[in-house]
Design a protein around this ligand. Structure first.
Ligand code: GUN
Length: 162
């Protein structure tokens, strides 16, 4: 049986500042200078990302669209807040006849986080971005910041920020 521990060890995953574990398994060898970014970026990067029961990925944003893929385990919920405050909840999982999706795109600039759905043990997913990931494009403000700009989401912010 594949346990969370064995997956983390096998994929050589590290803890992510947003929560959970990640391992970058692809970074294009070529890079470019995309408009709107400060300097050079790889054309594309891709990570494995794992959340276990009780963990969550805190609300953050990046400058690239991020393509999510479901790989292993139980369904996960992606929470997005658009810049205008609109809330979007998406279930990433295998049960496509019951409202889950195998793949999903989080638009660049949306605030987003994720967590295993109620009853889930763990979720292993993939996150692919182009231009490639760089921590200087990553913003993860405090709960106080979010409470100020999105007071209408008070309860959610209690759960999804650090
Ligand atoms: N590499 C390190 N962290 C991340 C992340 O949050 N998303 C993506 N796509 N790549 C990363």
């Amino acid at each position: 049986m594949q346990t969370v521990k064995s997956i983390i060890e096998n994929l050589k995953m590290l803890t992510h500042p947003e929560g959970g574990y990640f391992a970058e398994h692809y970074r294009s060898s070529e890079s470019f200078s995309p408009a709107g970014f400060d300097g050079q970026r790889s054309y594309a990067t891709s990570i494995y990302f794992l959340l276990e029961k009780g963990q969550f990925s805190a609300l953050h944003k990046i400058k690239s669209d991020e393509i999510w893929h479901f790989y292993l385990g139980d369904p996960l919920e992606i929470i997005e807040i658009e810049p205008n405050g609109n809330l979007i909840k998406t279930k990433l999982g295998q049960n496509i006849t019951n409202g889950e999706v195998l793949s999903y795109v989080v638009k660049a600039g949306n605030w987003f986080g994720s967590r295993p759905l109620e009853g889930s043990d763990f979720s292993l997913v993939g996150c692919t971005v182009s231009p490639g990931f760089d921590f200087s494009d990553f913003e993860m403000p405090s709960k106080a910041y979010f409470q100020n700009i999105f007071p209408q989401h008070k309860n959610l912010l209690e759960e999804m920020c650090r």
